[in-house]
Design a protein around this ligand. Structure first.
Ligand code: TXA
Ligand code: MG
Length: 318
């Protein structure tokens, strides 16, 4: 059930987490499905609810640097620098883990992915629970991530008792994931912090072709709606058909009469586009159309995270 994120309801949700239950909650990126990261049984419920394969490790959410030190065995200077610059916020850092984090959280890896969310509801929830919270996006495995409480309710409502409603997630795409080893930084997933911003702090960031186990978010398809997605450079030639949907990067004066059109942004603001991405896809997917055309986004800054999600959505039907 959806509960507005009042103080009382945040307390109630924190209590549920302490008791080993699962709670859906808002973050600035997307909604998460959380459980006490120190409790393997509680974390197992996340995998069960999401139908998520056990080889796909989870991100652990913290509310303080003390919590990071409790779960991470080594914090390189470079990590501290990134923490200082980007936390709280949509950056996840993969670091060597301590034994307090059970294997189910990390899929047996000796590293743990850590992030300090900036959303005040997420922060208060973690603080009240008093433990780090393991949380993937609150969607069935492979499907679109939720950016509202309603998206969670629609997809997992019968499986999650508490869905805290903190409004629409302002960033709208998942966190950027980097792995830091001594002084080297590797990008594992594009996301809410553009890689250019990280390079300004950390110097050159390398992009390795990872194995499935290293970053299953990099499976060829993911973030996919049920409806077929087709990316197009020039939308002017698309047939104007009422069984199709179309997502445009910005408002334009192309006049379509029948096709269902949605806009990611007013004037081409990438932040606005990212924030609206999943909501547009959810809305058009619910209409059971035969195809959703999506105009390509400039592949720079946040555009890289958006294009990454769109390419993976398209790949499902290839
Ligand atoms: O913005 C976000 O990151 C959202 C919100 C809820 O915080 N969470 C999210 O989680 O996107 P999820 O589970 O959908 O994606 C987590 C990704 C997975 O692709 C996983 O492979 C990667 O993080 N990951 C987790 N632990 C890892 C590790 N130790 N090494 C490498 N990749 C890891
Ligand atoms: Mg996800």
């Amino acid at each position: 059930m959806i509960y507005p994120a009042t103080q009382t309801n945040i307390q109630k949700a924190a209590q549920a987490l302490k008791q080993g239950n699962v709670v859906a909650f808002p973050t600035e990126t997307v909604y998460g499905l959380g459980a006490n990261a120190l409790n393997a049984m509680a974390v197992a419920k996340i995998f069960e609810i999401k139908q998520r394969p056990f080889f796909d490790p989870l991100i652990v959410h913290v509310s303080s640097l003390e919590m990071v030190k409790y779960i991470v065995s080594y914090l390189p200077d470079m990590a501290l620098q990134c923490i200082k610059t980007f936390w709280p916020g949509p950056l996840t850092i993969v670091l060597p883990k301590k034994n307090v984090i059970p294997d189910i959280v990390t899929a047996g890896l000796d590293t743990v992915a850590v992030r300090m969310p900036s959303h005040h509801v997420a922060q208060q929830l973690i603080e009240h629970a008093g433990v780090p919270i393991a949380a993937p996006s609150a969607n069935p495995f492979g499907y679109l991530s939720p950016t509202t409480a309603y998206h969670v309710e629609k997809q997992l409502g019968n499986k999650v008792d508490i869905i805290l409603d903190g409004g629409q997630s302002p960033v709208g795409v998942e966190s950027t994931i980097i792995k830091i080893e001594k002084d080297s930084v590797t990008l594992l997933r594009h996301g809410g912090i553009p890689v250019e911003d990280i390079e300004a702090v950390a110097g050159e960031v390398s992009l390795i072709r990872h194995t499935q186990v290293e970053a299953p978010g990099q499976l060829p398809y993911h973030y996919a709606p049920t409806t077929k997605i087709v990316l197009v450079k020039d939308v002017s030639n698309i047939p104007d058909d009422s069984s199709s949907g179309m997502i445009l990067y910005k408002k334009s004066d192309i006049s379509f009469k029948n096709i269902h059109v949605m806009y990611l942004s007013d004037n081409g603001d990438l932040r606005q586009a990212a924030a609206n991405l999943f909501a547009c896809l959810h809305a058009l997917d619910a209409m059971k159309l035969s195809v959703i055309y999506v105009e390509e986004i400039p592949d720079v800054g946040l555009g890289q995270a958006i294009m990454d999600r769109l390419k993976k959505a398209q790949a499902r039907h290839r």
